[in-house]
Ligand binder design. Structure first.
Ligand code: J2J
Length: 548
């Protein structure tokens, strides 16, 4: 069993087993069982290529044999950076069967993030596509080889060039089964993060499979369900709420889209008779516009899930009229807790709230700055613990002491209140993060990149309001010398540091000093207010010019 991962106290773990939350299933045993039940039924398609439950089970056994021969063993970490395609599933189930841990990187990550994941997790292997979305991942791997990862084996789905070919690793399956326990950590998921380095989230087979089952109950998933994955499947929302893994658990069919544009997604919904999909608010807004001018038949769609960032009530109320389907708001986190509005909730709850916890064993508290519970209806920080919420991040003892209370509650950093019906309304955030349309940016991570510039004295990255994405990132900069570096130079500088494109600030503001709090710390609150007022004034100025 992987060390350095704080887990539930043994007594509580026993309790979760007794009350039937944790049923002793592993992802390997789950897939085998589904293959027995649904053998020739299509499990996954991208509209062209199809793979059945039996094939997925067999191919992951073959790949598990190939991976083993390559030296991958139980508890080894393997950084997996694959887009929405069949190989993602063959690879992760092969690793689950061995008991090796996928570390989920997103396709948008670049060498800065990937090198960190490989180093921090002491990864045994790195798995990539040949290219995706116009980017050649072999180039990234080559650079890594030149920079201290000389001996890291790289496996490529597609044309491998000098690397190891994934398709060559489908070997004769072993007779003997690997020993994997449902208590084991199944994978390391990425946290949105609010500190300099991303935190990794250890999820066990037991706890994650429980979250799939509860999600399936709430979302009424069954063998007839057809789930369209438009968000990158490595992200926790499309992976598990109920996402692609929930769909497999229910015996449904996964439809994979490599992008989220209406021109990619709508034809797939028509062709595959998709019943449920999950998007972030900006995508929902684009789809609502696009549906007016496109003639695709979307009548099969029963549920549109929207989550990852706050969906405004004004937009939420338009989903049903636009698509004729039920909106489900989802407020979840890779650390565990997932809240859903229920499909039969009154319209008022669906439009105005982010739902309520999916399990009766989820414990939540809304507290003030002294950790005292606030009155019902008041805003405070959401704390939570339960049968699928982690007790600590991987290998970060000092941070865990701050991110969790002594009695095991996770401090979400989300500011919420309960409405009269007991549903949660997300009001804001008390963590140093920007939520750019569902993509999370840890301010400190970007500030550290900016501080590496020799002509920058100090940097503070804050959220600024944005009509379309909800928030974008604004970097306040104190320069050594007036006039340089310019925003263009700074963008170029950050690009050269090879970070994911969504993390590059949308705006740079140059100042000579930062506002300070009473304790002498940079007041990000003041900076957020400053940029919000500036943008608002600009908008009014623009509107009044327009009217003239
Ligand atoms: C406001 N903020 C939200 C919402 C998440 C299901 C759905 C989403 C995620 C996810 C997930 C929000 N309104 N509806 O893992 O399984 C913000 C909160 C939260 C953080 C978690 C899932 N839904 N958020 O988004 O780990 O700030 O998970 O704490 O990426 O996103 O981000 P992440």
């Amino acid at each position: 069993m992987l060390s350095d991962c704080p887990l539930w106290p043994e007594e509580l773990a026993e309790h979760y087993r007794e009350i039937g939350c944790w049923r002793g299933e592993t992802f390997g045993s789950m897939l085998r069982q589904k293959a027995e039940l649904y053998g020739n039924k299509t499990a996954i398609t991208n509209g062209k290529r199809k793979i059945t439950y039996a094939e997925l089970d067999m191919q992951s056994n073959q790949l598990a044999a190939g991976f083993s021969k390559l030296g991958i063993q139980k508890d080894n970490r393997v950084v997996v950076q694959l887009p929405n395609d069949v190989e993602f599933f063959q690879v992760i189930f092969a690793l689950f069967k061995i008991g090796a841990l996928p570390v989920f990187a997103l396709p948008s990550h670049r060498s800065s993030e990937v090198e960190y994941f490989c180093e921090f997790t002491e990864a045994q292997v790195y798995i990539i596509p040949d290219s995706f979305d116009g980017y050649d991942y072999r180039k990234l791997a080559r650079k890594m080889k030149d920079r201290g990862f000389k001996n890291l084996p790289v496996i490529v789905a597609g044309d491998p060039e000098e690397f190891i070919s994934l398709s060559q690793l489908f070997h004769e399956p072993f007779e003997k089964e690997f020993e994997v326990s449902s208590h084991d950590i199944a994978f390391l998921q990425l946290s949105g993060g609010s500190t300099g380095k991303p935190k990794l989230i250890p999820r066990t087979h037991d706890d994650y499979i429980y979250s799939l089952k509860k999600s399936n109950e709430v979302c009424l998933m069954n063998e007839e369900s057809v789930y369209l994955a438009v968000l990158p499947v490595a992200h926790n929302f499309p992976l598990s709420s109920p996402g692609v893994l929930g769909t497999l658990y229910a015996g449904g069919r996964i439809v994979l889209s490599s992008g989220s544009s209406p021109d990619e997604a709508f034809p797939l919904i028509e062709q595959e008779r998709v019943t449920i999909t999950a998007v972030v608010p900006p995508i929902a807004m684009i789809w609502m516009q696009a549906v007016k001018s496109r003639n695709w038949d979307l009548s099969s769609l029963k549920v549109m899930q929207v989550g990852g960032a706050k969906f405004s009530s004004e937009s939420a109320k338009n989903v049903k009229p636009a698509f004729g389907c039920v909106l489900q708001q989802v407020f979840g986190m890779a650390e565990g807790l997932v809240n859903y509005t229920r499909l039969d909730d009154p319209e008022d709850v669906i439009v105005h709230t982010q739902g309520r916890p999916m399990s009766p064993y989820d414990e939540i508290k809304i507290v003030d700055e002294e950790d005292q519970e606030v009155e019902r209806g008041e805003v405070g920080e959401l704390l939570t613990r339960g049968p699928y919420t982690i007790r600590g991040y991987y290998k970060t003892k000092a941070h865990n002491a701050k991110a969790f209370t002594s009695d095991g509650y996770y401090r979400t950093g989300d500011l919420v209140k309960l409405d009269h019906s007991g549903n949660i309304i997300v009001e804001g955030r008390d963590k140093d993060q920007i939520n750019r349309g569902g993509e999370k940016i840890a301010a400190e991570e970007i500030e550290n990149h900016l501080l590496a510039h020799p002509e920058i004295l100090d940097a503070a990255v804050v959220a600024m309001p944005d009509e379309y994405l909800g928030e974008r990132a604004c970097a306040y900069i104190i320069r050594l010398d007036k006039g340089k570096p310019s925003p263009v130079e700074l963008r170029e500088f950050l690009n050269k540091r090879e970070i994911a494109a969504y993390k590059i600030p949308d705006r740079f503001e140059f100042v000579s000093e930062f506002p300070k709090t009473a304790l002498g710390k940079v007041s990000k609150k003041s900076l957020r207010e400053k940029i919000a007022i500036q943008l608002k004034n600009k908008k009014y100025k623009f509107l009044s010019l327009e009217r003239k």
